[in-house]
Design a protein around this ligand. Structure first.
Ligand code: GLA
Length: 733
C-alpha cells in the first residue's frame, strides 16, 4: 500500500519505491509538512513539526499565533493571516478583504486517480497509483481546499493538485491558487532550472539558493522559451549519480510561477502554480476551481535518477497517444527546404526522393492555405491555396501516398492575421483592449480562445481539412505570445480569468482533436520549443524542440530537455548546412546522430543534396529502425556535458533489461596532442560482458562504469560516433 494513515498520531505516510513523504497535523488541525526524502519503513513521528519547540502553538498560546504561522512548515499556506512567506492561496471575500486559514476536516484514500476537470493530468489504474485527498476548510469563508496526492510507487512520483470549493453564500475572489508547496529545512540547496530563448531553449542553469526569493516564471500566455515550469533543489555536489534532488514540474501550458524562498529560520519553501500576476478568478457560491497538477519526484541518487523517474512517468502516465510506444514515421518537413516557396510539383519531387532513402512521411509546413506566400497574411483562413496545390489537397495527399509516403500538415490554429478573411469578418475575435492598437507579433494577433464560438470555429476549420484527405500527422504551431488581454465577451469582474481561460480553450481544442482523430500523430510546436511542457504531452507524444536544428546548439537544448522529458518526446531533425540559424557547418553524420536522440526526421531539400549525402540518409534511416526501440523505451544516462566541459558531449540509452547500451559521443572541439579520452559509462549490468559492435572487443560492464572507457582520438571539430554495446550471453563468453 502506497498511502497509510497512522491514526494514533494523525500522520499520513506516502511511500514510493525509493521515497517517503510525511504529512502531519497540529492539535488545531493545521496540516504541516514533516518529511520528504529516502524511503522510511518504520513508524513515523511528527517532532519535525517543532510543535513543542514553538511555545506559540495557538491552542496553547494564542498571544503569539503570528510567530507560529510564520514558521510552521505548512502543507498548503494561505495569505493574509500571518505566514509572511509565499502563500499558495489568496482569497478575498465580498468586501475585498484578503485572508483565509485552513484546517483539516477529513480525508479519503482511494485506488487509482480521478481526472482533473478540463485539464491535462497524469493517469493510472488502481494497481499503479493510489490517491490521498485531504479536505481543508476555512469555516469563516465556507471555502474548502481539497489537496490531492497521487502516489505512483514505481516511478517515485507524487502528483499533486488542489481544488478550491466555495461552499458558502458569498462570491469569493481567488487571487492566487498554487498547486504545490514544499517546506523544508535548508540543506545548502542549489537550484536547477531551465532557461533560454528562441533557438536556444531549455539550457540548464544552477546556482545557490540565497535568502529571499528566486523564481522562474512566464507571463507570455504559454510556458515559453525563456523559462520552464520546472525547478529542482539539490544538495551540494549533486551530480548524475549522487546527491539529493527534489524536483517539481508543472503540467500546464500557460503563465506559471516556480519559486524557492529561504527565510529567517533557514527554512526553504518551494512553490509552483499558475502565475498570480494578471490572474484572478471569481468563485461564485457552489463553484469550484481546479488548479493544474505538479509532478513531484525525489531522487537520492542524483540527477540521473530524477531524469529516469520523469521519463518513465511521462511515458507511462502522461502521454496518451497510440504512438507513445510506437516508432514514429521518419518524416521530411519542407519548411527549411522551401519556406513559403513551394507548389504541388515541388512537394511531389521531395516525396519521390525521400522515398528512395527510407523516409516515411512528407509534412507540408506553413504556406499551403489562403494566399500565404509570406508570414503577414491568411492565418485563420484554413482553405487550401489551389494556386500552389493544383487540384487541391486530396489530390496531393493521394499522390504522396501513391509514392509510398504518409502525409502530414502544419496549422497555426490559435492565430489570426489582420490581413485575413477571418479578421475582416470577426475583428472582435482577436484579443484586444478597447481603443488600443493591438501589439503584433510575427504580423499576427491571437484569437480569443476564452470564447466558445471561437473555439468551435477553430476546431471545425482544422477538422474539416483533416476529414478531407488521408492526413496522418499534424504540426500544431503557435508563433507569438499573448498580449492585449481583452476579450469582447468577458465582463470587468471576470477579465482576470482570461489567461487561464485561453489555456483551457487550447486544451479543449486539442482534446477534441485527439478524440475525433485518435490515430493522428500530433506534434506541438511554438516558434520551436516555446510551449514544451507536460500539459502538451498529454495531447501530443512529441513536441518540436527548437527551430535551431544545428547539431551543436542542439546538444545543449537536448541535454536540458532530456533532463526531464523522454527522448522520444523531443522533435529532432537533420537539416541543411550552413545551418539556417547559426551558419555552422557540421558533418552530416553528426547531424544524424544528434537527431537520432529524438523523434528523427529531415528538414532540408532532399532534391538538391549531393549523392553521398542521400546515401547517408539511407544509412541513417536504417539506423533509426535499428535503434529507435531502444532510444524510445530505454533508460537515459547523461555521460558528459558539453555545456559543462566546453569540449565534448556524451549520452547513453540502455535497454531496461541492460542487454544493450547505445552511447553517442560528440567531439565538439578537437584538441592537439592529447591521448585517448577516458569517460565513465553508465547503464550497464556490472556482472555482464559486452561486445562493442563493429569490433571484437569485449568489455565488462563494471570496468566500463567504474574504470572507464577510452574514446580513441578523432580528427576535426563536431565529429561524433555511436558506440553500441551488446551483452554477451553467458554461454558465449
Ligand atoms: C515556426 C515553427 C517552424 C515553422 C514555422 C512556419 O517558427 O517553429 O518550424 O513551422 O513556424 O511558419
Amino acid at each position: 500500500m502506497a498511502i497509510y494513515y497512522q491514526e494514533e498520531n494523525r500522520i499520513f505516510q506516502l511511500h514510493t519505491k525509493r521515497s517517503t513523504y510525511l504529512i502531519g497535523m497540529t492539535p488545531e488541525g493545521y496540516v504541516g509538512h514533516i518529511y520528504y526524502g529516502e524511503r522510511l519503513f518504520q513508524r513515523a513521528d511528527h517532532y519535525l513539526l517543532r510543535m513543542g519547540e514553538i511555545p506559540f502553538t495557538p491552542s496553547v498560546n494564542k498571544r503569539e499565533k503570528l510567530s507560529f504561522l510564520d514558521s510552521f512548515p505548512m502543507e498548503y499556506p494561505t495569505g493574509g493571516i500571518g505566514d509572511f512567506r509565499e502563500s499558495c492561496l489568496n482569497v478575498k471575500n465580498e468586501k475585498g478583504q484578503m485572508g483565509s486559514e485552513l484546517f483539516y476536516v477529513s480525508h479519503r484514500i482511494y485506488e487509482g486517480k480521478e481526472k482533473l476537470a478540463d485539464l491535462p493530468a497524469s493517469f493510472g489504474n488502481g494497481e499503479e497509483v493510489q490517491t490521498l485527498e485531504i479536505v481543508l476548510e476555512d469555516g469563516i469563508l465556507n471555502l474548502q481546499a481539497v489537496l490531492s496526492y497521487s502516489v505512483f510507487e514505481k516511478e517515485d512520483v507524487i502528483a499533486r493538485s488542489v481544488r478550491i470549493v466555495n461552499r458558502g453564500k458569498e462570491t469569493l475572489r481567488l487571487e492566487k491558487v498554487f498547486s504545490a508547496c514544499l517546506d523544508m529545512d535548508n540543506e545548502a540547496f542549489e537550484m536547477i532550472n531551465l532557461c533560454g530563448s528562441w533557438a536556444r531553449e531549455r539550457h540548464i542553469q544552477r546556482g545557490a539558493v540565497r535568502y529571499g526569493k528566486q523564481a522562474v516564471s512566464s507571463l507570455r500566455g504559454e510556458s515559453g522559451h525563456q523559462e520552464h515550469p520546472f525547478m529542482a533543489l539539490v544538495t551540494p555536489g549533486t551530480d548524475q549519480q549522487q546527491g539529493k534532488v527534489y524536483a517539481m514540474h508543472f503540467v500546464y501550458s500557460g503563465n506559471f510561477l516556480a519559486q524557492v524562498e529561504m527565510n529567517q529560520f533557514d527554512s526553504v519553501r518551494m512553490v509552483m502554480g499558475i502565475n498570480p500576476e494578471q490572474f484572478d478568478w471569481v468563485l461564485s457560491p457552489g463553484e469550484d476551481f481546479q488548479a493544474p497538477e505538479v509532478i513531484l519526484t525525489y531522487s537520492g541518487e542524483g540527477l540521473g535518477r530524477m531524469s529516469r523517474n520523469f521519463h518513465d512517468f511521462y511515458r507511462s502516465h502522461m502521454i496518451r497517444s497510440i504512438y507513445n510506444h510506437k516508432k514514429r514515421p521518419i518524416l521530411i518537413n519542407n519548411w527549411e527546404a522551401t519556406y513559403f516557396k513551394f507548389d504541388h510539383e515541388k512537394l511531389l519531387e521531395i516525396a519521390r526522393e525521400a522515398k528512395k532513402c527510407g523516409i516515411e512521411m512528407l509534412v507540408m509546413d506553413d504556406g499551403w492555405f489562403g494566399k500565404r506566400n509570406t508570414d503577414d497574411n491568411s492565418l485563420g483562413d484554413w482553405v487550401v491555396n489551389e494556386e500552389k496545390l493544383k487540384g487541391g489537397l486530396k489530390k496531393l495527399v493521394d499522390q504522396v501516398n501513391e509514392i509510398g509516403l504518409e502525409f502530414g500538415i502544419w496549422f497555426e490554429p490559435e492565430m489570426v492575421s489582420p490581413d485575413s478573411d477571418l479578421y475582416r469578418a470577426h475583428p472582435d475575435w482577436a484579443l484586444q483592449i478597447d481603443k488600443r492598437e493591438g501589439t503584433m507579433g510575427r504580423n499576427q494577433y491571437v484569437l480569443d480562445l476564452s470564447r466558445a464560438d471561437v473555439v468551435d470555429y477553430v476546431y471545425e476549420s482544422v477538422a474539416k481539412i483533416l476529414r478531407s484527405a488521408n492526413i496522418r500527422y499534424v504540426k500544431w504551431d503557435m508563433n507569438r505570445f499573448l498580449t492585449d488581454l481583452g476579450s469582447a465577451r468577458l465582463d470587468a469582474a471576470h477579465h482576470g480569468e482570461l489567461f487561464h481561460r485561453y489555456v483551457l480553450g487550447v486544451y479543449e481544442l486539442q482534446e477534441r482533436l485527439v478524440r475525433e482523430f485518435p490515430e493522428l500523430l500530433l506534434e506541438n510546436c511554438a516558434s520551436g520549443g516555446g510551449r514544451f511542457d507536460p500539459g502538451m504531452l498529454y495531447y501530443s507524444p512529441q513536441i518540436w524542440c527548437s527551430d535551431d536544428t544545428d547539431a551543436i546548439e542542439r546538444l545543449m537544448i537536448q541535454e536540458g530537455t532530456g533532463l526531464i522529458y523522454p527522448l522520444a518526446a523531443m522533435g529532432a531533425h537533420v537539416s541543411d548546412c550552413p545551418n539556417h540559424i547559426v551558419g555552422r557547418i557540421t558533418p552530416f553524420e553528426t547531424r544524424g546522430y544528434v537527431a537520432l536522440a529524438g523523434t528523427f526526421g529531415y528538414e532540408l531539400d532532399i532534391t538538391k543534396l549531393p549523392d553521398e549525402q542521400r546515401e547517408m540518409i539511407c544509412e541513417q534511416t536504417k539506423m533509426y529502425h535499428k535503434y529507435n526501440d531502444l532510444v524510445r523505451e530505454g533508460d537515459y544516462y547523461r555521460i558528459a556535458s558539453y555545456r559543462e566541459n566546453h569540449k565534448f558531449d556524451a549520452w547513453a540509452v540502455a535497454s531496461k533489461d541492460k542487454r544493450e547500451v547505445l552511447m553517442t559521443y560528440v567531439q565538439v572541439l578537437a584538441e592537439p596532442n592529447k591521448r585517448s579520452r577516458k569517460i565513465y559509462l553508465q547503464g550497464f549490468d556490472k556482472e555482464a560482458l559486452y561486445l562493442l559492435e563493429g569490433t571484437k572487443q569485449v568489455y565488462s560492464g563494471e570496468m566500463l562504469m567504474y574504470a572507464g572507457f577510452l574514446i580513441e582520438p578523432m580528427e576535426g571539430d563536431f565529429v561524433s560516433r555511436p558506440y553500441h554495446f551488446v551483452k554477451k550471453e553467458s554461454d558465449d563468453r
